[in-house]
Design a protein. Structure first.
Length: 304
């Protein structure tokens, strides 16, 4: 093996730290059942939480942009600055104001999906929204965003800070993909937040699989799937109707650790899956306590 090949293989073994975190708009939830009495002060709890993860690639769900309840800040920008990740995008799942009495009040004048980046941070003219973000330490070749339609029916859920079950309507979701210049070459990272409605989230996951099929491998898929156990991997490895051939290595579930509820995790809604990587490529999976949200983040290292 010549020196050039040795350097190349050594670069590919360099671990990249991935993290996914449903942040619940950065709201402290100290005992797992009730919100802290103080409002979120301009995103500071969120900043501390994401900084503590030390991620190279970070997927965030349930982020606010210009919402009064979270200090009117652009939370994706706050998170990117705190984590030192200068390459990022935020995708609005929907534009609406969060109100204590009426819940989400949609803005009919705004599209369901809009992508914001560093140049949009601090804008005072945009309307409030809610969505997801993908942040990277590595340069990005290509960004891609997709809206995921809501399920036609809601369902009763246990909501953080509320007793019992609450009937909840599903809302639009979003997916963000980026082709990154990794230490061993390009790879694709994809952030998602899927529906809580059983079956509908599977349909969304299959749609995302097809949507990213033409992007460079390896693929790393991160997010809150609202699917438990081995279900995400089973769905991703299901036979395709399209002509696109499946990955010869299949999809790998890189961590099997409960992430919800944060104070005493018993189920895993948050996942990191990959295709085009080896069996032993992932290591160091953990779910640290951050002091915010009803989810714990999922963090791991992956050699790329």
């Amino acid at each position: 093996m010549n020196q050039r090949n040795r350097r190349h293989q050594g670069a590919r073994r360099r671990p990249v730290r991935f993290a996914t975190f449903n942040v619940l708009h950065g709201r402290p939830l100290p005992n797992g059942t009730h919100f802290s009495p103080a409002p979120n002060p301009a995103g500071d709890p969120l900043a501390r939480a994401v900084q503590s993860l030390g991620a190279d690639v970070l997927a965030l769900q349930e982020l606010d942009r210009l919402q009064a309840r979270s200090g009117g800040v652009d939370q994706a920008s706050v998170a990117a600055e705190a984590a030192g990740l200068k390459h990022w995008r935020y995708a609005s799942a929907f534009h609406a104001r969060s109100t204590p009495q009426r819940g989400w009040v949609l803005d009919p004048a705004e599209p369901g999906l809009r992508v914001y980046g560093p140049r949009d941070a601090g804008s005072a003219t945009d309307v409030p929204s809610h969505g997801i973000a993908l942040l990277s330490r590595f340069p990005v070749r290509v960004w891609r965003a997709r809206r995921l339609a809501p399920a036609p029916l809601g369902m009763p859920l246990r909501m953080a800070g509320r007793p019992g079950l609450t009937m909840v309507r599903d809302q639009p979701r979003a997916a963000l993909a980026a082709v990154l210049e990794g230490p061993g070459g390009p790879f694709t990272a994809v952030a998602v937040h899927l529906s809580f409605v059983p079956g509908w989230n599977i349909r969304q996951l299959l749609a995302v699989r097809g949507w990213i099929a033409d992007l460079p491998s390896p693929h790393v898929l991160l997010g809150d799937f609202n699917l438990v156990g081995v279900l995400p991997r089973a769905v991703l490895d299901a036979p395709r109707k399209a002509r696109t051939a499946p990955s010869p290595r299949g999809w790998r579930d890189l961590a099997r650790i409960p992430t919800y509820p944060a104070h005493r995790p018993i189920v895993q809604f948050d996942h990191v899956l990959a295709t085009g990587v080896g069996v032993s490529a992932a290591s160091g999976a953990r779910t640290p306590v951050t002091g915010i949200s009803d989810h714990r983040p999922l963090v791991l290292e992956l050699s790329l």
